[in-house]
Design a protein around this ligand. Structure first.
Ligand SMILES: Nc1ncnc2c1ncn2[C@@H]1O[C@H](COP(=O)(O)OP(=O)(O)OP(=O)(O)O)[C@@H](O)[C@H]1O
Ligand SMILES: [Mg+2]
Length: 159
């Protein structure tokens, strides 16, 4: 199921993430794509909070450590692929080991390693800068249970 949402502020992006995070069951892989500063980390902060992570305030781009872990209702593994130079490196950091029925793997800068996800069932979220504090957020491959429905103020527009 694919849908598009317009976020008008950083807080709305966090709120969208929170709505998605609250619906996660475990076992999901979420590929977050988008240019520098498009709002990926804000969205992931919301996802972690919605999934019950107690330390979601600590969500930052894990650019230097590559993987951050937030424990809560589900274990969230936040991988930052920005500095990875190859699919082999992505696999070497233990991507497969992070995937499990009780965990959610969120990959920031997934654009860089997307071919490694071929064949996997993953949710793809791409953020586009739409000027000033507007972001277009496209969600692809989300199972129906993840649909956020029309949310206010962010509005969900079904394709
Ligand atoms: N609607 C919006 N949603 C999210 N962030 C927004 C929005 N409008 C403006 N911003 C600003 O855009 C920036 C997004 O930062 P964030 O760290 O989330 O992006 P990112 O995609 O993770 O960046 P990077 O590529 O450096 O990891 C922040 O400065 C935030 O204040
Ligand atoms: Mg970031």
């Amino acid at each position: 199921m694919d849908f598009k949402i317009v976020s008008n502020s950083p807080d709305e992006t966090i709120e969208l993430g929170r709505k998605i995070g609250a619906k996660l069951k475990g076992g999901e892989i979420i590929a977050v794509c988008g240019a520098l500063g498009s709002g990926k980390t804000h969205l992931i902060k919301g996802i972690a909070a919605g999934a019950g992570a107690k330390d979601s305030k600590d969500v930052t781009s894990p650019t230097f450590v590559i993987v951050n872990e937030y424990a809560g209702r589900l274990d969230i593994y936040h991988i930052d692929a920005y500095r990875l130079d190859s699919i082999e490196e992505f696999e070497m950091i233990g991507f497969d080991d992070y995937c499990g029925s009780e965990s959610v793997v969120v990959i920031e800068w997934a654009d860089k390693i997307e071919s490694a996800l071929e064949g996997a069932d993953y949710i793809r979220i791409e953020l586009f800068d739409a000027g000033q504090s507007k972001r277009k957020i496209q969600i692809q491959g989300a199972a129906p249970y993840l649909q956020t429905g029309p949310v206010s103020p962010p509005r969900a527009i079904k394709d």
